[in-house]
Design a protein around this ligand. Sequence first.
Ligand SMILES: Nc1nc2c(c(=O)[nH]1)N[C@H]1C(S)=C(S)[C@@H](COP(=O)(O)OP(=O)(O)OC[C@H]3O[C@@H](n4cnc5c(=O)[nH]c(N)nc54)[C@H](O)[C@@H]3O)O[C@H]1N2
Ligand SMILES: Nc1nc2c(c(=O)[nH]1)N[C@H]1C(S)=C(S)[C@@H](COP(=O)(O)OP(=O)(O)OC[C@H]3O[C@@H](n4cnc5c(=O)[nH]c(N)nc54)[C@H](O)[C@@H]3O)O[C@H]1N2
Ligand code: SF4
Ligand SMILES: [Mo]
Length: 710
Amino acid sequence: MALTMFKKKKKSKKNQPVSNQSHCCFCSMQCSLQLVQNEKRSRMKVKPSHDFPVATGRLCQKGLNSLDHVEHKSRIRKPLVRVDGNVDKKWSTTSWETAFDQISNKMKELQNKHGKDSVSVFGGGSLTNEVSYLLGKFTRVALQSKYIDYNGRYCMSSAAAAGNKAFGVDRGLTLPLTELENARYIILAGTNIAECQPTMMSYLIAAKKKGAVIVTIDPRNTKTSKLADIHVRLQPGFDAMFVNALLNVIVNEKLYDELFVQNRTNGFSELVETVKPYTPDVVEEMTGILAPKIRTIARGFAKAKTGIVFTARGLEQQINGVENTLNYINLCLTTGKIGKSGCGFGAVTGQANGQGGREHGQKADQLPGYRMLEDQSARAHVAKVWGISPSELPGNGVSAFEMFEKINAGEIKAMVVLGSNPIVSSPNNAVVEQALKRLELLVVVDLFETETAEYADWLLPGSSFLEAEGTLTNLEGRVFHRAKVLETPNENPLDYEIICEFAERLGRGQYFQYHSIEDIFNELTRASAGGKADYGGMTYDRLKEEKGLFWPCPESNHPGTPMMFNNRFYHEDGKAKIFAIKPEKPAEPIDEEYPYILTTGRLANHYLSGAQTRRTEVLNKKSPIPVAEIHPWLAQKMGLIPNQKMKIISRRGSLDFHVKITEGIQPKTIFVPFHWGKELAINRITNDALAPISRMPEFKICAVQVKALD
Ligand SMILES: Nc1nc2c(c(=O)[nH]1)N[C@H]1C(S)=C(S)[C@@H](COP(=O)(O)OP(=O)(O)OC[C@H]3O[C@@H](n4cnc5c(=O)[nH]c(N)nc54)[C@H](O)[C@@H]3O)O[C@H]1N2
Ligand SMILES: Nc1nc2c(c(=O)[nH]1)N[C@H]1C(S)=C(S)[C@@H](COP(=O)(O)OP(=O)(O)OC[C@H]3O[C@@H](n4cnc5c(=O)[nH]c(N)nc54)[C@H](O)[C@@H]3O)O[C@H]1N2
Ligand code: SF4
Ligand SMILES: [Mo]
């Protein structure tokens, strides 16, 4: 059988606009970069660019080195299949034709035997809007399966749930970054911007120069907290209680904005009751955070003319992450600091397209434009755009981690992983390992043989950010166009072409007739039109000319919406909801047997599962292995001396680490970065307890024992 779709298109591809302008593939800042010829070595080189309004002319070290992994010798350049069905874990190269044929036949065979839902898809937040959208459509229309979810579940799901509950919509930042310098008080909770969105620091520095007070809240002294006027070093898991103390002061001292509360919110009276017991003195007793410090922050924020609160994964990746986030939102809602210049709330999105990736149907319960899969009118709208009957659309699937549980339960037999490395990034990853081994068909589409791909039956070459044109949505909600700069190695098909080809082979090609990536975007805008994340008024031409547009942008003459909630929130009555939060314990509180708290997170030099940055020499040299950060008090208690290794033991297993002893961490807390695989993967021992609403795993808290090693 001849290759159906992409071959044809390859031939008709003419005058593809060539650009040397792109955007970094790593974090949600999406800084612009340019590829220039390096005269000495006749190689290309990355330089900052002035082609984008955000962080103009700036790149951090990850961006500057982002070409390295693209050109890396270990890039997968041809489709690979296991020799003799995986016995020795050896690969052999094969043709695309064979790969498409054999994989789609296996999918059909499994679906005939076990039902449509036996084949699943696991996507990612680095993918363009178009590929994210297409993965959702592919799962529901070509596979006709309900099982799709993606790595953003591990990332933004608690923030998304909180945004939806409080505001009626989830847009990470409710304001553009340029508003930071208009803020006079900035609270940064569980967000290490200096390492995770480094080029945002210039906005914070500008705010500080104009007189803003900056408060950071983190169990560690971070590179971000260096910029802070006040740093609150709390034990992981105590955010909700700490914020209740702030709200207690705001209520008791009548520092709230009465008019705003009355006209634009519901739920204030419950909050007043709930925060009553959490006086600064009581909370000092329970958390060690001094009462005067609590009062200073509460008064400072409430009385400031303008103020902004940002949160990130520190307090979101917990089983109480939704509630933690809601409480920080309460600071903005009670003081009227939202919907006007210099004010707002932001959950700082993480991945390159972490924002767009969660809007267009990669989530188990969502359709494009944030429509809900089980809402009848949403189904009708999207089915019409897709040319199918609403009854053909499957219902809700399950969250990312739960898909692995479904594999272990025998319900899911096959998985396509495109844009994630879940054995490194999922909690309690023994569950994932068991699942990957159990799958009858695992297809990984990636640039590299990742730790996850080691379990795959098929490994197909994925396209890098420099090769794939498309749109992405940055942390502000700004949708922009990223041009193609390089061809894929061996003229391999792009991710979207691979997906379309599978659809064709599954007999559903009629629904995937695109001539370019722009075609997919145009369909996405129609599918999202009328939804909350409305891209209806966007076109490639507009995105290119206007250097991006903020959603919602419903009409072709609509200017986009940089600042949210100026006049109304997204709930039916136009008001925001204040949720009174009673602080709850983590899934695994510390006890006598497991007396310390393990928390996990990031380093400036590595990105997520490390698939890309561990292959980037300059970065990997700086951070070659994970090092556990501990307080001198804990080191002394263990009898640990510098250069000695330690063992960290959780209820799920144990791992050995080199140690960094630092005053800059809450004494009972241990911090370990998660960018490594196998015996260096901290996710071997993290807790897979999931938040009830968002299904977010508790990456940030688990109880551990520690031991100094000889
Ligand atoms: N260099 C680099 N940059 C990245 C990434 C990367 O891997 N590397 N990943 C990107 C992605 S996908 C994401 S989601 C973002 C994540 O960005 P962040 O959320 O900022 O990163 P983390 O290091 O996971 O966590 C932030 C902080 O939370 C603190 N913390 C832990 N427990 C608690 C708690 O209970 N309460 C509070 N208040 N703080 C706590 C940690 O000490 C840590 O400093 O970064 C993005 N940018
Ligand atoms: N313990 C602990 N675990 C965590 C977290 C934590 O704080 N602590 N944070 C969680 C968070 S916030 C996140 S976002 C997850 C992320 O975790 P992962 O999903 O594992 O993240 P990545 O390493 O970005 O994996 C992306 C993979 O896709 C490939 N890739 C990149 N771009 C493309 C593309 O365009 N096409 C194709 N085909 N492939 C591509 C890369 O090579 C890489 O292998 O980790 C989560 N896990
Ligand atoms: S700040 Fe983020 S987007 Fe910008 S260069 Fe660094 S990693 Fe890339
Ligand atoms: Mo993330």
